[in-house]
Design a protein around this ligand. Structure first.
Ligand SMILES: C[S@@+](CC[C@H](N)C(=O)[O-])C[C@H]1O[C@@H](n2cnc3c(N)ncnc32)[C@H](O)[C@@H]1O
Length: 380
């Protein structure tokens, strides 16, 4: 067992009650597979805010968010915890941080200064943002996430196809049901944490002012980690990260300085049920065993002479043999034909993702049939 493996074994699935700056010191270099950080935003809220009804708005004016005297103070704190995150992050790992307009520019600037390599920034577009009660500015309906890796040379886990499965932002529900998938984009439409998911204290009030929605963490953990990876959160709060990590079959380690949040969060994690499906396994990104069209024809999964229809059109090719098809009277292969029919500037596209056959009056992706063959034959 290496030192890192020993550390992971000894510290997995723990909630540490303490200051993250002191506690991160104890974590070895390069040992964490995925970090999600939701730090104090330093919102600088002054005075009470009221809804138009006159009821006071329960915003974020907590001590942990207001603990900074000035920008220099906030920068020192930010530089300290970001540097620790960079040190403990595995070269194959990913680092995510979330922030509002109050802090994300400071965080992003320091990240670049200390050598993080930024992969993307993501807009969390809130489906149900808090209105601007006073009507003094436009409604602030988003927060920003930054996804970065240890440095430019990092070869990080990225479940690209799993990301496509999660993209319901630019694909309508109707199209999604028909099998349409598009690249996951950088604007994520997710509701603010509400309803049953929102933790309440002993008086039935909101436990934490900035509890994040599980869906946000679900996406991040799904695209940037594997089952059994160690997910770390230095600012645990209600333990959203730990809860989602557990549900998805990952290990977690988290730090939170408030005892009450630790206690409620620990119960939340204990109640979380593990549920492993194709997204959690990142099956879409798993390399499939190679099978030939011929063997699937022999096993009667496809038939010579049948039509393969291009996604959402009436254009088709005719299957002629193992890797030959006819398009518009000419012999070609299904990958070249896919490029031709798509009109895109490419000589070949992955035909498995574009062609559909008719089964029981429905269009079925030939890729789904290939998956079924592999499963039926016990090859995966
Ligand atoms: C923005 S909240 C995180 C909310 C969390 N993502 C959730 O979904 O519940 C930040 C949390 O960091 C904690 N915190 C602030 N400074 C800290 C520090 N130095 N060490 C550990 N925790 C800290 C606060 O108590 C607060 O719960």
């Amino acid at each position: 067992m290496t030192d890192i493996e020993r550390f992971k074994e000894n510290s997995k699935n723990k909630i540490i009650h303490g200051d993250c700056l002191e506690e991160m010191n104890k974590i070895p270099d390069n040992s964490i597979d995925l970090i999600f950080a939701d730090p104090p935003y330093w919102m600088r809220v002054e005075g009470a805010l009221y809804r138009p009804s006159g009821k006071e708005f329960d915003g974020c004016d907590d001590h942990w968010d207001n603990q900074f005297n000035d920008l220099g103070d906030y920068e020192t704190f930010t530089r300290a915890w970001l540097s620790e995150c960079k040190r403990i992050l595995s070269p194959r790992g990913s680092f995510w941080v979330i922030g509002g307009m109050q802090c994300i520019y400071t965080i992003g600037a320091i990240m670049q200064e200390i050598g993080f390599w930024i992969i993307n920034d993501v807009i969390w577009h809130k489906k149900n943002p808090t209105p601007n009660f006073m009507g003094t500015r436009i409604n602030n309906a988003h927060e920003t996430l930054i996804w970065a890796v240890k440095d430019k040379k990092s070869s990080y886990t990225f479940n690209y196809k799993t990301g496509k499965e999660l993209n319901t932002d630019t694909v309508s529900l109707e199209d999604y049901k028909k099998g349409v998938r598009k690249q996951l984009g950088s604007v994520w439409k997710i509701a603010v944490c509400q309803g049953e998911e929102r933790l309440k204290d002993e008086n039935g009030n909101k436990l934490h002012s900035t509890q994040k929605p599980e869906e946000l963490l679900y996406r991040i953990i799904a695209i940037n980690s594997k089952i059994g990876d160690l997910v770390f959160d230095p600012f645990g709060g209600t333990m959203t990260t730990a809860t989602v990590a557990k549900k998805m079959g990952r290990d977690f380690l988290t730090i939170e300085m408030d005892q009450k949040y630790c206690e409620y969060g620990a119960k939340r994690v204990a109640n979380a049920q593990i549920k492993i499906g194709e997204i959690e396994k990142a099956s879409f990104d798993t390399r499939m065993p190679r099978v030939s069209m011929n063997e699937m024809i022999e096993a009667k999964y496809f038939t010579i002479g049948e039509k393969f229809y291009f996604k959402n059109t009436d254009k088709y090719i005719i299957l002629e043999s193992d890797n030959k098809v006819i398009y518009d009277g000419n012999q070609t292969d299904m990958h070249s034909a896919a490029a031709l029919v798509s009109g895109r500037k490419a000589n070949r596209l992955n035909g498995w993702e574009y062609w559909y056959v008719v089964r029981n009056n429905n269009f079925v992706s030939i890729n789904d049939i290939r998956h079924k063959y592999i499963k039926d034959m016990g090859l995966a």
